[in-house]
Ligand binder design. Structure first.
Ligand SMILES: [Zn+2]
Length: 479
């Protein structure tokens, strides 16, 4: 009995501590919509991006055509002439563009700003020519207007202005534009190899992957800048069911497709992957907590107590919450027979998995294989990599980016983030300890939804407001 009272007392004390913390943590943040300050320079900068969008740089899977990118590189050199006079092109790299502005201080580690010139195709019916670069009512339309010619335009323009203003580099500065990001080609690896071969180690690499967006999570009532410290891994698995086939008029009890379906239903119903809160996600939730409503603040403000419980609950969540703490499995391609009256002797499904930092490729393959074998399926690893290395919290480059965001977007929150997708940046951990992913454009949810979809577009003010933010990041670190 005494033990029970003791236990109850402990629980009550813990809850009281949580309650006090939830009250003390509270930060009153007024509801803030995503605003884009009018930028007097917006039309001039947008016309440069328009020219970049007008160059068709679509790449398809498996394609490799360096010549295709000559017009894009020419356009960049026309729009940013001072950059191309000041920076030196380091190597042809099959038209993956690597530029360097020599500082004369080889003892200091350099800074590298990067993005990709290639875009995904522009299928479907668009309201505006995807390669027209039209600017209508302060909106620029076209494939790549966000992803990620906007980012390229932003930092090229920042350097163009800084050169005109007489800046001198205090450490070597690099620009890198890959042409193979969207089709997972070797462009970024070639650049990394070049840098590695020449003994170049960098203080910072800044790539795409995150930006400023509307409320990142339920309960947050203002926009947030997410700064990507790392990214999840990526694995494709193929599961094949085999049988003797035959005529569809005499079907077996369970067909090849039936077995695949049972397997898919099993994986979708109970995620086989355990949740674990990595340090970056924990810091993000702790950043959000003070401005959340009481109930959420009570939980996220007391992760010392609730993290293990969240790890249990989130295993059964989907969408963003589900993806935050665990490896996800998405079935994306399925194929059986090619005629309606044939029982397929072979049917397969492809599963795309995004790996949390606490899971390895081997573990994930073994887990999926164990389940698949119960349904008589063969498992084949098509390609895969684990999560990227994670940039340490609070590095000098991170602080410089945060400082610039707070200056130019004072109404916006800032948090580190583990990105759920993939970028070229992951390759650069070989030559840099501070690989970060952030483009200072403030995008509405509606704009974000058009990335890789139809009618991609960006506010020309969101574009132009990148430039002063980039300039301050460069100036802060150029010492
Ligand atoms: Zn991109």
């Amino acid at each position: 009995m005494i033990l029970l009272y003791l236990l109850l007392a402990v629980v009550l004390i813990l809850l009281l501590i949580c309650l006090i913390r939830a009250c003390v943590l509270q930060k009153k943040i007024p509801d803030t919509p995503l605003i884009r300050k009018e930028n007097p320079d917006a039309m001039r900068i947008a016309q440069k991006l328009s020219k970049m969008v007008q160059v068709n740089t679509v790449v398809l899977p498996g394609e490799d055509n360096p010549q295709q990118f000559e017009p894009m590189i020419r356009t960049l050199s026309e729009q940013f002439p001072l950059v191309f006079q000041t920076f030196r092109r380091l190597d042809r790299l099959d038209n993956n563009l690597l530029l360097k502005w020599e500082s004369g201080h080889p003892e200091k580690e350099g800074l590298l700003f990067m993005g990709h010139m290639d875009v995904v195709d522009a299928a479907g019916q668009w309201d505006h020519d995807p390669f027209g670069g039209e600017i209508i009512d302060d909106v620029l339309w076209g494939r790549g207007s966000i992803d990620i010619k906007s980012g390229l335009c932003g930092f090229f323009e920042a350097f163009e202005q800084l050169i005109a203003e007489g800046m001198t580099p205090q450490r070597d500065l690099y620009l890198f534009c890959s042409r193979t990001e969207e089709n997972s080609g070797p462009g970024a690896e070639m650049a990394v190899e070049y840098l590695h071969r020449h003994g170049i180690h960098l203080e910072m690499v800044l790539d795409e992957g995150c930006s400023i967006g509307e409320s990142p999570m339920q309960g947050i009532r203002r926009p947030y800048a997410l700064i990507g410290l790392g990214e999840k891994g990526y694995v494709n698995l193929k599961f094949t069911a085999r049988s003797n086939g035959g005529h569809s008029s005499e079907p077996p009890h369970v067909s090849t497709i039936g077995r695949l379906s049972q397997f898919i239903a099993r994986v979708e119903k109970h995620s086989p992957f355990r949740c674990k809160m990595d340090a970056t996600t924990r810091r993000m939730l702790e950043t959000f907590a003070p401005e959340m409503p009481f109930a959420q603040r009570f939980v996220y403000g007391n992760l010392w107590l609730f993290a293990p419980i969240l790890e249990k609950v989130y295993r059964y969540r989907d969408g963003f919450q589900g993806a935050m703490l665990k490896t996800t499995a998405a079935f994306t391609i399925i194929e059986g027979a090619h005629a309606a009256n044939i029982l397929p002797d072979t049917a397969y499904v492809i599963c795309n998995l995004r790996l949390s930092p606490h899971d390895t490729v081997e573990q994930v393959v073994a887990t999926m294989q164990a389940i698949a074998s119960r349904y008589g399926l063969e498992t084949q690893l098509m390609d895969g990599r684990g999560a990227s290395e994670i940039t340490p919290l609070g590095s000098v480059p991170y602080q410089a980016i945060e400082k610039s965001i707070r200056k130019h977007f004072p109404e916006v929150g800032v948090t580190p983030y583990l990105i759920l997708g993939g970028t070229d940046a992951r390759h650069f951990t070989k030559v840099c300890d501070n690989v970060l992913r952030f483009v200072p454009h403030a995008l509405t949810n509606e704009e974000v939804r058009t990335v890789h979809g139809r009618n991609e577009h960006i506010s020309i003010h969101a574009l132009a407001n990148e430039v002063p933010c980039y300039k301050d990041i460069i100036l802060e670190l150029n010492r």
